[in-house]
Design a protein around this ligand. Structure first.
Ligand SMILES: Nc1ncnc2c1ncn2[C@@H]1O[C@H](COP(=O)(O)OP(=O)(O)OP(=O)(O)O)[C@@H](O)[C@H]1O
Length: 489
């Protein structure tokens, strides 16, 4: 598609260590492990670096299941970093931490102000575990279970079935076009509405590879906030068949001509997308990094329930790995996390950053990349960040909403967004923390006591960001480089 929003790019140097495309390749595993070892010494000498995604002290584990706990644990870590020059020797890092500290403090105040319940009485958080629950009865043989699930749940469509459903792939039935595919609306004989993603771009081999890559991920995914794959067809091309999401994608709903999405719908979309991403990162049988979270890839059901779609770039990240280091630079301008853009590092925080940009779109009504090709990264960092830092909500909220929004929800969303778009992945929350921050006390109060926060290992992007001097000059250079590429100059 001509729109720069949809461009996929391959600009990272080919000789950068690539473990991204073949997770089972031994040599790449060794590269990652060797890197990890090299970094070890540096990390231990920087022991105070606080990983917001895995509050390390045992006694914080319980608190980590409430908004207050998440905020307090993070505040403590940031405060100790700033107060201990020998632990945080880099002035720039202290400065970044100070900014984050101020955001976390605001969030803390917000909860203190709004909550009538004592924090300590909150029960532990339960993250929904759909796929694991669903599969619990077939635990005895995981391989058979997977085959069984795969075969029983996916339909193998014939080309004639898809032709009949789409009036012979009538172009009037095209409901979406992406970088790789055309998507047709169709109706099966039993009346079920479907969306057929027909891979159209690239050489046949590339299409097959893309098809298998997407199928390999999406076939394992099962959550109310992810797109529902119902089958596939490999006759006359590569086709993935999904349940139709009748309201199309979020970009059209938010920026199209159909009118404004009201605040409660935006909030619902933010929450559902956060739930979907939490599932992919932390609850799904596989640890999945989506890598292309953007408004086009959030579909909407008739009830405005968001569904994450387009797993074409998604990566399965083995649990023992800290990250992928990709050589092929793909994704969408406006949503790139700095560590991905600069170093090709992919882990959960890459998605968290993109989710932060998505939150800003929902709050402000601005496009991630506007019609003047102005990158939202620049807008976010130069214009929006000061507003975020000052919590200047009226200035930030989409003017078309007028005063019709819930101030408390907006405040939560603004501050959560500001944390998600932190330059350092270290300072971004993990998605389960995002859910807690966005939903607030009521959600936590509803949860039962059987909380099992998945423990997250430290990721490579933490390490590299800890140990490099990410000073403001580099940051401006990054922004300029993004601007140059975005503007094609
Ligand atoms: N299940 C669905 N229901 C309704 N619309 C859909 C569905 N799946 C896809 N679409 C529409 O088709 C568009 C493109 O789909 P998708 O993102 O999967 O294609 P792609 O070629 O992989 O795109 P990209 O260039 O972002 O990688 C979506 O933005 C959406 O508008």
């Amino acid at each position: 598609m001509a729109d720069i929003n949809h461009h996929k790019h391959s600009t990272l140097s080919e000789n950068s260590a690539d473990s991204g495309d073949k997770p089972d390749k031994n040599s790449e595993d060794v590269v990652v492990q060797a890197r990890h070892k090299r970094r070890g010494a540096m990390i231990s000498s920087y022991a105070s670096a606080q990983d917001l995604r895995s509050p390390d002290a045992e006694n914080k584990k319980k608190d980590g299941s409430s908004p207050k706990g998440v905020i307090e644990a993070s505040l403590e870590g940031l405060e100790s970093d700033i107060a201990s020059p020998e632990d945080s020797p880099k002035a720039e890092v202290r400065c970044t931490h100070a900014g984050a500290l101020s955001n976390w403090r605001k969030l803390f105040k917000l909860w203190k102000r709004k909550s009538e319940k004592p924090f300590s009485t909150f029960p532990q958080l339960v993250v929904p575990r759909l796929s694991r629950k669903n599969n619990s009865s077939k635990q005895e043989n995981p391989m058979l279970r997977k085959l069984y699930n795969f075969k029983s749940s996916l339909e193998n469509f014939s080309l004639s079935q898809l032709r009949a459903a789409t009036d012979n792939f009538n172009r009037e039935n095209i409901i979406g076009r992406g970088g790789y595919a055309e998507v047709y609306k169709g109706r099966l004989k039993d009346g079920k509405l479907i969306a057929i993603k027909r891979l159209t771009k690239g050489a046949p081999d590339e299409r097959t590879a893309g098809f298998l890559a997407e199928l390999g991920i999406i076939a394992h995914v099962n959550h109310p906030n992810t797109a529902k794959l119902i089958g596939c067809c490999i006759e006359g091309g590569m086709h993935l068949v999904f349940q139709l999401s009748p309201l199309g994608n979020l970009r059209s709903a938010l920026h199209g001509s159909k009118g404004t999405l009201n605040w409660s719908k935006r909030y619902k979309i933010a929450l559902g997308t956060a739930d979907g991403l939490t599932y992919l990162h932390e609850t799904c049988e596989r640890r999945i990094i989506h890598r292309d979270i953007k408004a086009d890839n959030i579909l909407l059901t008739e009830n405005f329930e968001p569904q994450i779609c387009d797993f074409g770039l998604a990566k399965w990240l083995p649990r023992q790995w800290t990250h992928y280091n990709v050589s092929k630079f793909e994704g969408t301008f406006g949503y790139f996390a700095p560590e991905y853009f600069m170093h090709g590092i992919v882990d959960e925080k890459t998605d968290v950053y993109a989710f932060g940009v998505l939150l800003l779109e929902l709050i402000t009504g601005r496009k991630a990349l506007d019609d003047q090709q102005q990158s939202v990264v620049i807008w976010v960092q130069i214009l929006a960040k000061p507003l975020l830092d000052e919590n200047d909500i009226k200035e930030l909220v989409d003017p078309s909403l007028g005063d019709n929004y819930d101030v408390e929800e907006v405040e939560r969303m603004v501050l959560t967004a500001s944390l998600c778009i932190e330059q350092s992945p270290l300072l971004r929350p993990q998605m389960s923390q995002v859910v807690i921050l966005l939903r607030g006390d009521d959600y936590v109060a509803e949860c039962s006591n059987e909380s099992q926060h998945p423990s997250h290992q430290r990721t490579y992007s933490n390490e590299i960001q800890d140990t490099q001097e990410y000073n403001s000059t580099k940051h401006i250079n990054n922004i300029n480089r993004l601007r140059e590429i975005a503007l094609g100059s």
